[in-house]
Design a protein around this ligand. Structure first.
Ligand SMILES: N[C@@H](CCC(=O)N[C@@H](CS)C(=O)NCC(=O)O)C(=O)O
Length: 208
């Protein structure tokens, strides 16, 4: 039998999209086959920009160097390696509905990242309040949709993984203050963190 292929994941331990992939790999029992090689999207000389021309992490490299991105595609690939149908339904409308909710969760993280970047990439005093409100509106509407219909408490799929990473990132970066307004999501995240060891196993390292 051929040795299982070693994979390289370009990401940091703080990237919320990288966390999605690390969590998926933990859940599928694949983390031992993945070597994490840190990436710095702001470093022009980082090979990340050649691996993914968008310069975004996470990016998974196969043994022959083939790059796979973005996080959703990498998760589908890991699911396939594990036999398929583990993190999302294999086909049909159920698969499409799951993918749609997963994108909604990712949209929260994307908007939160744009809120963070508005500060990181602009000179002090140049931040656009209008743009920040626009992004925060997306976050709050998406959270309201999940509050109205939280994911199944007992399930670890691409939706639960994406949503838990989004909420974890909101807690860290405080792009919005979500906890007071969305008690069902607070309860869902608490239950998920207690039930799913991969959530704590992939938490960002504590500073200091
Ligand atoms: N849709 C992408 C988003 C990835 C993403 O935005 N990653 C951030 C870090 S968490 C990044 O690399 N940002 C650098 C940049 O946008 O230049 C995915 O799901 O992988």
């Amino acid at each position: 039998m051929p040795a299982p292929e070693q994979l390289v994941l370009r990401s940091t331990l703080t990237s919320p999209f990288g966390r999605k992939v690390r969590m998926a790999a933990e859940v599928l029992g694949r983390m031992d086959r993945i070597a994490l090689v840190p990436a710095d999207p702001r470093d022009e000389s980082d090979t990340l920009r050649r691996q993914n021309p968008l310069g975004k992490m996470p990016c998974l490299l196969l043994a022959d160097g083939t790059p796979i991105y973005d996080s959703g595609v990498i998760m589908e690939y890991l699911d396939q390696l594990a036999g398929g149908g583990k993190l999302l339904p294999a086909g049909g409308l159920a698969r499409i509905k799951t993918l749609t909710l997963a994108r909604l969760a990712d949209g929260i993280t994307e908007a939160a990242i744009l809120v963070v970047y508005e500060d990181r990439f602009r000179e002090p005093g140049q931040q656009s309040e209008r743009w920040l409100m626009h992004q925060r509106g997306k976050i709050m509407r998406a959270l309201a949709a999940f509050e109205a219909a939280p994911p199944e408490a007992s399930k670890t799929d691409i939706v639960a993984i994406g949503l838990s990473c989004a909420l974890g990132y909101l807690d860290w970066r405080q792009a919005v203050n979500w906890r007071a307004q969305f008690p069902k999501l607070v309860a869902w995240l608490d239950a998920f963190a207690k039930r799913e060891p991969a959530f704590n196993a992939t938490a960002r390292p504590q500073e200091g």
